[in-house]
Design a protein around this ligand. Structure first.
Ligand SMILES: NC(=O)c1ccc[n+]([C@@H]2O[C@H](COP(=O)([O-])OP(=O)(O)OC[C@H]3O[C@@H](n4cnc5c(N)ncnc54)[C@H](O)[C@@H]3O)[C@@H](O)[C@H]2O)c1
Length: 435
């Protein structure tokens, strides 16, 4: 299924792929992320509550339904919450008529039947809702981007809250379920390319279906008992009610950021993971509204970042919504856009949809080699690995909070640099962005 924005996976894998992918996700232990959580026995039912019942949430609901009915996992969708009542009720009716509905998500967080909260609301709600959920003792699956671009303070608060919580968090970058990144990370830490120096990632596509084309359920919708406008606004600037803001929120800077926050968490997260870098030293950015300059659109459709790290590594993240040629070719993981390139002093790692390719630089002792990708991206396996971690009460999850913190810090710096037309710097001592 293609959702309004970036790619998503339907539960359409065969059993062999599923077992391989699940095993590969479980092997993510190479990452230095540690989490703790409550231990559930194999037979305890895990209750899942959904905050945000829009398009992305429906992909999660279908994946979980598949795990429940086909894999016989002891899980159940027990609660649904949305500030727009019709969506909440439609999803409840489609998935589990016995489940509870809560117009206010805080009531869902108070429901003891909910063990895991799946947050798929517009970007500016992710951090406040994830923080509230962790504080309520719930495990959290939260969609990317982990925060809105103006919420760096909240990003730090969420990182802090997650590190102190017994509950687990997984960020919704499902491309991290692909084994290629772990295979490449191992090559890098084993020294196969020597000192990393440069990397490229990118996301190229054509179309504005994810912004202007978002589905407007009811053009006559108004604030009232069915639609809580203040709840939609959250911590964003106060505005007059507008149907476009509610249903086509990706057009507006108050709630979204364009490709840098919508698409680049997918292509950039694996690069941060493979390189093992943390916060950048500087970020510069360019871009603009180059192809879709219509009235309501505020967010750019073309966006480029140059991110430098204290380890003397540059990462270029490039993209436009005006041309979809993949350049370096498609990545092994569907949601990641085009294949990344990792360059070191002694060699280079590239990817095809099926292989991790190691190419030595001239004169280096490294031998050329290719490694079959053990498992491709899969949303069902990504969920399964999270459920396993929750049941075991132990992380790391396949896309943990530390990784999301470092990824999102660079992307926020990019958006701030673009808006100010300046270089964004990072003060590592104070963990602050300086612009
Ligand atoms: N990982 C992926 O591949 C992927 C794909 C698509 C979307 N997403 C992410 O999922 C999120 C949701 O995107 P979508 O396409 O489903 O949008 P959507 O507009 O279809 O759904 C968002 C839902 O949240 C509800 N909502 C808004 N404010 C709320 C609040 N305060 N409390 C409760 N509900 C609230 C809306 O009424 C709506 O039903 C976005 O952040 C997006 O980046 C991720």
């Amino acid at each position: 299924m293609t959702t309004a924005s970036d790619s998503s996976s339907t539960p359409s894998i065969n059993r062999r792929d599923f077992v391989r992918t699940a095993a590969a996700v479980a092997a993510v232990g190479a990452a230095p992320y540690v989490a703790r959580g409550r231990v559930l026995s194999a037979n305890d039912r895990i209750g899942i509550g959904f905050i945000g019942c829009g398009h992305r949430a429906s992909a999660h609901m279908k994946s979980l339904e598949w795990l429940q009915t086909q894999q016989k996992l002891a899980i159940e969708a027990v609660a649904f919450s949305d500030m727009y009542r019709p969506r909440m009720e439609q999803r409840r009716d489609a998935i589990n008529k016995q489940a509870k509905t809560y117009h206010d998500y805080r009531e869902l967080l108070a429901d003891p039947a909910v063990d895991i909260v799946c947050i798929a609301t517009p970007d500016h709600h992710h951090a406040p809702q994830a923080i509230a959920a962790l504080k309520a003792g719930k495990h959290v699956y939260v969609e990317k981007p982990i925060t809105h671009w103006r919420q760096f303070k909240l990003l730090k608060e969420l990182n802090e809250t997650a590190s102190q919580s017994k509950a687990l968090l997984q960020c919704g970058t499902q491309g991290m379920s692909c084994s290629a990144w772990r295979q490449a990370r191992k090559l890098i830490t084993d020294g196969a390319i020597g000192q990393p120096i440069h990397a490229e990632a990118g996301y190229f596509r054509v179309g504005d279906w994810g912004e202007r084309g978002m589905h407007v359920d009811d053009p006559n919708a108004k604030p009232g008992p069915d639609l809580n406008w203040d709840e939609f606004l959250g911590d964003s600037p106060k505005r007059e009610f507008s149907v476009d803001r509610v249903f086509r929120w990706r057009l507006f800077e108050d709630y979204a950021g364009g490709p840098v926050t919508d698409l680049y968490p997918h292509c950039f997260t694996p690069v941060v993971y493979m390189l093992g870098v943390k916060c950048p030293s500087t970020v510069v950015a360019s871009g603009g509204i180059y192809r879709y300059p219509y009235e309501l659109r505020e967010v750019p459709d073309s966006f480029n970042l140059l991110i430098d790290y204290p380890e003397k590594i540059t990462v270029a993240v490039l993209g436009t919504q005006g041309n979809n040629h993949p350049g370096t070719g498609p990545a092994p993981s569907g949601s990641v856009g085009r294949a990344p390139v990792i360059r070191g002093w002694d060699g280079t790692i590239t990817f095809t949809p099926k292989e991790v390719v190691l190419t030595p630089t001239q004169g280096s002792k490294t031998k050329p080699a290719t490694f079959p990708v053990e498992s491709r991206e899969d949303l069902v396996s990504f969920w399964k690995s999270f459920l396993d971690a929750v049941r075991a009460g132990q992380g790391p999850t396949a896309s943990p909070m530390d990784l999301a913190y470092h990824t999102q810090t660079a992307l926020i710096m990019g958006m701030l640099a673009y808006r100010a037309q300046k270089t964004a710097k990072f003060d590592a001592q104070k963990q602050e962005i300086v612009i």
